[in-house]
Design a protein around this ligand. Structure first.
Ligand SMILES: Cc1cc2nc3c(=O)[nH]c(=O)nc-3n(C[C@H](O)[C@H](O)[C@H](O)COP(=O)(O)OP(=O)(O)OC[C@H]3O[C@@H](n4cnc5c(N)ncnc54)[C@H](O)[C@@H]3O)c2cc1C
Length: 335
C-alpha cells in the first residue's frame, strides 16, 4: 500500500464526508483528465464540491507533506507519463453562477466551464465574455492562466476572486481584487504562489504544492454590461467558427503551445513556420501541419513525446533565430 493510500485510510474524511470520500479515485490515469489525453496515474484524484471537502482533503495531505496538484479542465496541462506521486485535486465540482443586484458583475464557481459561463451570459443578455466562447477549461483555470482570446485577456474583465490560501498550515479565504498586481500577458498573481512560473526555458518541472503556500481560486467575478443577445451570439458564433477553421478541435491538444513574445515582432506560429517545423513530429506528437503553434496528439503520443518535440522546437528556433520560446502549457510531474 503506498503512502497516500495509508494516509487516506487513517484520516477521518470518510466519516465526515461519506459522499465525497466514495468519489475519490486511486491510481487514476491523468490521461482521462487532460485534453492532450496523455499522462500517467496520480496516486489519488479528488473532486470536492464544497469548501469544507476541499479544506479537509488539503489539510490531510499538506500536513503530511504530500504533494498536491490543482486542476480544472486539464486543458493546459502535460502530465508526466510516470504520473504524479501525490494528490490531484480537481476544482471542477465548484459550480455556481450569480449576478449582483446592479447587474454589473457575474460571479461564477471556479469549476464552471468558461464556455457554459459565456452561454449563460448570452442567455441573460450580459456582454463582456463573448470572445471567450469555445475556450476549453474552467473559470478557475482561465483566471489562473489569465487566458487570452481574440485580443482580450481575462484580466480585462476580471473584478475579483475568492481564493483559499494555505499558508504555514493555516487557511484563509481572501478576496483578491484586480488591483492586487501580478497580472500580465498570460500571467496572474496566483502562478508565483503555486510555483508554476519560471524554470528551464519556461518548462515547469513541478507545479506541485508540497508545503508552504497554496492558492486555490474558489470563484471569480467579472465585469459585464447589458448587451443585445443577437449581437453577443454573433460574436460567439464567429469565435467558435474561427477556432474550428483553425483546427483547434481536430486532435487532442492544449491549444497554443508557446506564448507570443511581442519583442520577436511576429506571432510564435509564424516563427515556427519560418524555421520549417510545421508537421515536425516525435512519435505521435506533431506540430500541426496547418499551424506552427499547435502541438497535437495524433493518437498515441506520450507526454515524453510532447516534451521532446517542444524541446526540439525550442532548440531549432533558438539556433536559427536566437529567440527563446516559452511554453504557455504547464508541464507537471517527474520527467
Ligand atoms: C483546443 C484548445 C484551445 C485553446 N485556446 C486557448 C486560447 O485561445 N487562449 C488561451 O489563453 N488558452 C487556450 N487554451 C488553453 C486552456 O484552455 C486555457 O489555459 C484554460 O484557461 C485552462 O483552464 P483549465 O481549467 O483547463 O486549467 P488546467 O489545465 O486544469 O490548469 C492550468 C493551470 O491552472 C491551475 N488551476 C486550474 N484551476 C485552478 C484553481 N481553481 N485554482 C488555482 N489554480 C488552478 C492549475 O494548477 C494549472 O497550473 C486552449 C486549449 C485547447 C485544448
Amino acid at each position: 500500500m503506498n503512502n497516500v493510500r495509508k494516509i487516506w485510510e487513517s484520516c477521518n474524511i470518510a466519516e465526515n464526508f461519506p459522499q465525497f470520500a466514495s468519489s475519490v479515485l486511486f491510481n487514476e490515469p491523468m490521461s482521462l483528465h487532460t485534453t492532450f489525453r496523455t499522462g500517467g496515474p496520480v496516486d489519488l484524484f479528488a473532486e470536492p464540491k464544497t469548501r469544507a471537502e476541499l479544506e479537509a482533503v488539503l489539510s490531510v495531505f499538506l500536513s503530511e507533506r504530500v504533494p498536491v496538484w490543482i486542476t480544472g479542465g486539464g486543458s493546459n496541462l502535460v502530465v508526466s507519463d510516470k504520473g504524479l506521486r501525490g494528490v490531484c485535486v480537481s476544482i471542477a465540482g465548484f459550480q455556481s453562477v450569480t449576478v449582483n443586484k446592479e447587474k454589473t458583475r457575474v460571479t461564477a464557481g471556479a469549476g464552471m466551464l468558461v464556455d457554459d459561463l459565456v452561454s449563460w451570459c448570452a442567455e441573460h443578455s450580459f456582454s463582456g465574455f463573448e470572445q471567450f466562447a469555445g475556450l476549453p477549461g474552467t473559470v478557475g483555470g482561465a483566471v489562473y492562466m489569465n487566458a487570452r482570446c481574440y485580443e482580450r485577456s481575462i484580466s480585462n474583465i476580471f473584478f475579483e476572486a475568492d481564493v483559499l490560501y494555505f499558508r504555514n498550515g493555516r487557511y484563509t479565504v481572501e478576496t483578491v481584487g484586480k488591483n492586487t498586481g501580478g497580472w500580465g500577458y498570460k500571467k496572474s498573481p496566483f502562478q508565483a504562489i503555486n510555483n508554476t512560473s519560471g524554470s528551464k526555458r519556461g518548462i515547469v518541472e513541478t507545479g506541485a504544492i508540497e508545503i508552504g503556500h497554496l492558492a486555490v481560486i474558489l470563484s471569480a467575478s467579472f465585469c459585464v454590461l447589458p448587451g443585445d443577445p443577437e449581437a453577443i451570439r454573433a460574436v460567439m458564433h464567429s469565435c467558435v467558427s474561427d477556432r474550428e477553421a483553425k483546427g483547434h478541435f481536430r486532435f487532442p491538444s492544449a491549444g497554443s503551445m508557446f506564448k507570443n513574445n511581442r519583442a520577436y515582432g511576429k506571432p510564435t506560429g509564424k516563427i515556427i513556420d519560418e524555421v520549417g517545423l510545421r508537421g515536425a513530429s516525435v512519435g505521435d506528437a506533431q506540430v500541426a501541419p496547418w499551424h506552427g503553434n499547435l502541438v497535437i496528439n495524433r493518437g498515441n503520443a506520450s507526454s515524453a513525446d510532447i516534451r521532446a518535440l517542444v524541446e526540439q522546437v525550442q532548440e531549432k528556433v533558438f539556433k536559427k533565430t536566437g529567440f527563446i520560446l516559452e511554453p504557455e502549457v504547464v508541464f507537471v510531474g517527474e520527467k
